[in-house]
Design a protein around this ligand. Structure first.
Ligand code: AMP
Ligand code: GLY
Length: 433
């Protein structure tokens, strides 16, 4: 079978890597891909959000399956356009992608379906937002309604910070129309967990859980990023927490998709805050997480094409998901200046990973890399995700950092505490905790 992967980050390299090991897959295309996907797939020079060109190319290539990495093409309706040409897409329709594309709409939907989420109020008038913020308890969270590449969320500890956030979003339009409407939301204390489920229009199946590290620096300091590392399994997970997440989050979200006729076929990523009162929904993403995908995919034994086809054909009920009983750790290597002003064009040197000799238990996923006249160079913020696995978390961590050691470029930056510290506490081996 032929598969098209849309996107060009480490997540998409991980998707190509999983497809490469899949006996049913003969040919992989990546649009636009990166220097890593070029080793596994035919890179097509088309931007991930250029839906017309993607559809045009796909009509010629006739992929049996298209897997979409980022949210922008989903929110712009790639699944609808491809669907009209009879091309199956793993990823929701435009209407369903609003679950990520509008935080205000999703907050209302969560409320209607009884999904636990923080109290929030929406505003499209900055004066009303400011007046409300002044009397709402602090800390509070100010969120742009629309897509802002993960940057439209501000935690304000006092009114001066809240005012800055509200005026930046609504008056200065820092993220354009994304800040036309905002939410002022109550702050929740707890540990964040990324939860993934496969949705088709008949049922859902839990895919897995991972922890993501959002801040740039060790000890969760510095600005928020797209994610600096991830690991699984989560030390937080108990059978009762999984049951709560199923009952209060995924089963209600799935019921909402059916009732609202959203035609959700793909992976749904629920960003959760696990609090003393149980799990709360922070946000929904209509795609795999990055870097969570880079640890989730190596934890699955069931071939990716089988998973995606079951979803696209509404046959999740017949899918038997098999996982590797392993720990997986991913460490993101970022360029100088990330996240605010990532430098591009630095020359990258790769040496053989120390674990590459035999029985390698790791892989280096490219993100923002490109090859120019034979030379490998950085091309954006998150340049690689170094991934390692093992029977124990400590082994997985060691293998991931061995993969990091193989990379060198000026200004490279990575966190040293992935999978060793979580929300300020040491991480215990999950199977022994
Ligand atoms: P979101 O895009 O809504 O997930 O927000 C981005 C990040 O902001 C989350 O990953 C959390 O770290 C933080 N955040 C969002 N909402 C809340 C909340 N209600 N309480 C505490 N932290 C939050
Ligand atoms: N790792 C967070 C995200 O993919 O949105």
């Amino acid at each position: 079978m032929k598969v098209l992967v849309v996107g060009g980050g480490s997540r998409e390299h991980a998707l190509c890597w999983a497809l490469r090991q899949d006996p049913a897959v003969e040919r992989i295309y990546a649009a636009p891909g990166n220097a890593g996907t070029a080793l596994l797939a035919d890179n097509l020079p088309i931007a991930a959000d250029d839906i017309d060109s993607l559809a045009h190319q796909a009509q010629e290539l006739r992929p049996d399956l298209t897997i979409v990495g980022p949210e922008a093409p989903l929110c712009a309706g790639i699944a609808d356009t491809f669907g009209r040409h009879g091309l199956p897409v793993f990823g929701p329709t435009r209407r369903a992608a609003r679950l990520e594309g509008s935080k205000v709409w999703t907050k209302e939907l969560a409320r209607r379906f009884g999904i636990p989420t923080a109290e929030a109020h929406s505003f499209d008038d900055p004066r009303q937002a400011l007046a409300f913020s002044r009397r709402f308890p602090f800390p509070q969270v100010i969120k742009a309604d629309g897509l802002a590449s993960g940057k439209g969320v501000f935690i304000a500890t006092d009114f001066a910070q809240a005012r800055d956030a509200i005026t930046s979003l609504m008056e200065r339009r820092l993220y354009g129309s994304a800040g036309h409407r905002i939410l002022v939301e109550a702050f929740l204390e707890g540990v964040e967990l990324s939860a993934f489920a496969l949705f088709d229009t008949r049922q859902y199946t839990i895919l897995g859980f991972a922890h993501d590290y959002k801040r740039i620096n060790d000890g969760d300091s510095g600005p928020n990023t797209g994610g600096m590392g991830a690991f699984l399994p989560s030390p937080l997970l108990s059978p009762s927490l999984v049951r709560q997440i199923e009952e209060s989050i995924f089963s209600r979200l799935h019921a909402a998709c059916i009732e609202e006729k959203l035609e959700y076929r793909g992976v749904l990523y629920a960003g959760l805050m696990v609090t003393e009162k149980g799990p709360f929904l922070l946000e929904i993403n209509v795609r795999f997480g990055d870097p969570e995908a880079q640890v989730l995919l190596p934890s699955l034994r069931t071939p990716l094409s089988e998973i995606a086809q079951a979803v696209c054909r509404d046959e999740l009920s017949g899918l038997r998901l098999v996982r590797h009983p392993r720990s997986v750790v991913g460490v993101v290597i970022a360029s100088s200046g990330y996240p605010d002003n990532p430098r591009q064009g630095d020359r990258i040197t790769l040496s053989d990973s120390p674990s590459s000799a035999s029985g390698r238990q790791g892989v280096l996923f490219h993100g923002a890399t490109k090859r120019n006249q034979g030379l490998l160079r950085t091309a954006g913020g998150r340049v690689f995700t170094a991934v390692g696995w093992g029977d124990r978390l400590s082994e997985a961590r060691l293998h991931a950092y061995q993969e990091v050691d193989a990379v060198s470029f000026p200004g490279m930056h990575f966190r040293k505490d992935i999978a060793s510290s979580l929300a300020g506490h040491p991480v215990a081996e999950p199977h022994e905790a």
